[in-house]
Ligand binder design. Structure first.
Ligand code: F0G
Length: 381
């Protein structure tokens, strides 16, 4: 009930779970977290489920779940007395870091794969005042480069390998359980890219269980895009001691276009501990699931829709029972990638191999003359 800024943050109100600060007087909050759980009967029907609930992280201040972790990462940068922070990003981390660093008076420096992030995300980085470098390489190559640069230049690295960000992302699960009055769902489903989020979710659930807040863990299901699915391959191979990176990851869901996810060992641990699953989905499946989430009045960015697409596959295969209690985490806001949306609905969206995505749930706009009669006629049919 408190109006204190930290108590209004959906991250810091759970600060007993993230006890790394001696004092919280310098923490910068943009009122991250406090994101809703939304029921979506039409999306449930599409997946073959009796019901589904979306935990929508797109309601965050910069429109993605990255804000939950970034308020913690920036707090740690301030604690260490850093003046500059950096990240490599497929777009959302950079948007979030730009906002939180600028709000905290730190200089944000972001490295993004040139031509491979959505304009919504790039625009945010520019608007929030980040020094923005578009590198002619893919995410995995840039991450290796930035790890060296950060050390050489004394810049604090705020990628999801940063453990303080993972601490903040734990609160997504803690808040979800709080909102459900601590009733444990059967499944929590999320998209997987660099695999930081599934690591955070698993850690939070294990800690809540250890503290006696929940009696058992839900099962975690990670969904990857088919062209960027090294974790799926790992989970379906006999030898899980080593991940084989995808050299040229591809997907229109650019947020999860990652071939060499750094957090795979932690993610493997969490999937194993929770008796979880990993599935992969095609570009067509992601696009259609995204439109279905949109038609439910909810909307999300492409990577987030992998959850519903994956669930549909898992239910059809008998891996998830239709009467399961399922929470799917929508990681990013619908406005992050408007270009994708417009192309899908007008039937011109093409996947990375140049094949046309069918607008199975397309909703193209009509161009009409400025004429009452003609418009009336059109709307009567
Ligand atoms: N969904 C969205 C919208 C994302 O932006 C990301 C990751 C993921 C899912 C995957 O989460 O990496 O923890 O498995 N985006 C990062 C970025 C890589 O740079 O913004 P993950």
């Amino acid at each position: 009930m408190s109006n204190a800024p930290l108590d209004q943050s959906g991250v810091w109100r759970y600060r007993e779970f993230i006890p790394f600060l001696e004092s919280d007087h310098r923490v910068v909050t943009l009122r991250e977290g406090s994101t809703p759980l939304l029921d979506a009967p039409a999306a449930a029907r599409y997946a073959g489920l009796d019901r589904i609930t979306f935990k929508h992280q797109g309601f965050n201040p910069t429109g993605s779940f990255k804000d939950n972790g970034m308020t913690c990462g920036v707090a740690q940068a301030l604690r260490l007395g850093m003046t500059r922070v950096a990240c490599v990003s497929t777009g959302n981390t950079s948007a979030s870091m730009a906002a939180y660093a600028s709000a905290a008076g730190l200089q944000p420096i972001i490295f993004i794969p040139h031509g491979n992030i959505s304009y919504g995300k790039l625009a945010q980085a520019l608007e929030y005042g980040a020094r923005t470098l578009q590198v002619e390489a893919n995410f995995d190559q840039i991450l290796a480069l930035v790890r060296q640069l950060a050390e050489r230049l004394g810049i604090y690295l705020l990628n999801s390998i940063n453990p303080f960000r993972i601490e903040g992302q734990k609160t997504i699960m803690i808040e979800m359980m709080d909102q459900r009055d601590w009733s444990v769902p059967d499944w929590v489903v999320l998209p997987g890219g660099n695999l930081g989020n599934v690591s955070a979710f698993g850690k939070a659930l294990r800690e809540m269980k250890a503290h006696g807040l929940i009696p058992k863990m839900p099962r975690l299901a990670v969904i990857q895009a088919e062209g960027s699915a090294p974790f799926y391959e790992l989970m379906h191979s006999r030898d899980r001691s080593r991940l084989n990176p995808v050299g040229h990851p591809e997907t229109l869901a650019t947020a999860i276009k990652i071939g060499d996810p750094v957090s795979w060992p932690k993610a493997l641990h969490e999937i194993t501990e929770s008796n979880g699953l990993v599935e992969k989905v095609t570009e067509q499946e992601i696009a259609d699931a995204k439109a279905v989430i949109g038609q439910a009045g909810i909307g999300c960015e492409p990577a987030s829709a992998a959850t519903l697409a994956g669930l549909r596959k898992l239910v059809a295969a008998g891996a998830v029972r239709p009467d399961s209690d399922v929470v799917a985490v929508l990681t990013g806001n619908v406005l992050k990638d408007p270009d994708y949306i417009f192309k899908y609905h007008t039937g011109v969206l093409e996947d990375f191999s140049g094949s046309r995505i069918r607008p199975n749930f397309g909703n193209a706009p009509a161009v009409v003359p400025n004429d009452t009669e003609r418009i009336s006629l059109l709307l009567e049919t």
